[in-house]
Design a protein around this ligand. Structure first.
Ligand SMILES: [Zn+2]
Length: 252
């Protein structure tokens, strides 16, 4: 549910755009736009970032320095959700995998917006549940699905985030997300190109045949989308019912 009277930039972030207009406006006043660059690492654990056109990877790093993405965060949500749960920073790393615009704010400025019955809190709880489901799904995917399925799944996931068949991602960054060597990604994209699913040049993967790519992928991306739609639509339905009840009370 996106209201026309909201800040145009906030409409680009699903979590923000799903808020009621007055709460959205209150939060909007505290946010500042920021350009995030390719490969940039977010070290400030207190920073809350709402991606608009960029994508971030929340990664786990082993003691040996090996890296694997736990979740990819795009314009459907935010990074820094741990601040709303605990004072203890989460281990791991947040990296910009697709450059672009975001809205950001320090948690200490935004914490007063989190009340027990606020619309924003309800969205944060739904988004936390979605993230837990996504991390579980990704863990399952990494153990059970082959590299062709995983690379295809990741390209489809990024396509959803950028809302385009032109996905600006390098082999190096795909390898980083998937926790594999770059050569593994290069060999896999050669196979996907031979199947006619994608083409590739200068840091951009172009999806040539969406149905072939979907066929080569596992079903994890679709499951993740379903989780998100179920959680947020359920939350929005509850909000609509509440608004209707308020309207009825005001009339009677
Ligand atoms: Zn999978």
């Amino acid at each position: 549910m996106i209201n026309d009277d909201k800040c145009p930039k906030l409409k680009l972030n699903t979590l923000l755009s799903s808020l009621a207009a007055d709460e959205c406006e209150s939060i909007c006043r505290k946010l500042e736009p920021v350009q995030l660059n390719y490969g940039e690492e977010i070290h400030d654990s207190k920073k809350i970032i709402f991606p608009l056109s960029c994508a971030l990877a929340l990664s786990s790093t082993s003691i040996d320095g090996d890296n694997i993405a736990l979740a990819v965060i795009g314009s459907e949500g935010l990074s820094g959700i741990n601040n709303f749960l605990s004072d203890t920073p989460l281990p791991g790393l947040t990296t910009v995998i697709i450059p672009g615009m975001a809205m950001q704010v320090d948690y200490d400025i935004l914490r007063h917006e989190v009340g027990s019955d606020s619309d924003f809190t309800s969205r944060l709880l739904s988004y936390t549940q979605y993230l837990l489901l996504s991390i579980s799904q990704l863990s399952h995917c990494n153990q059970r699905h082959n590299i062709v399925q995983r690379v295809s799944r990741t390209i489809l996931q990024l396509r959803t985030i950028v809302e385009s068949d032109r996905v600006p991602i390098t082999h190096e960054m795909l390898a980083y997300i998937l926790g594999v060597r770059r050569e593994v990604v290069t060999n896999t994209t050669i196979k996907l190109r031979a199947e006619g699913a994608i083409s590739y040049s200068r840091g951009v993967i172009q999806i040539q045949d969406h149905s072939t790519l979907t066929h080569l992928s596992c079903s994890c991306e679709q499951l993740s989308k379903t989780h998100f739609e179920n959680l947020f639509h359920k939350s929005l339905r509850a909000q609509n019912i509440s608004l209707c009840q308020q309207a009825e009370s005001a009339i009677s």
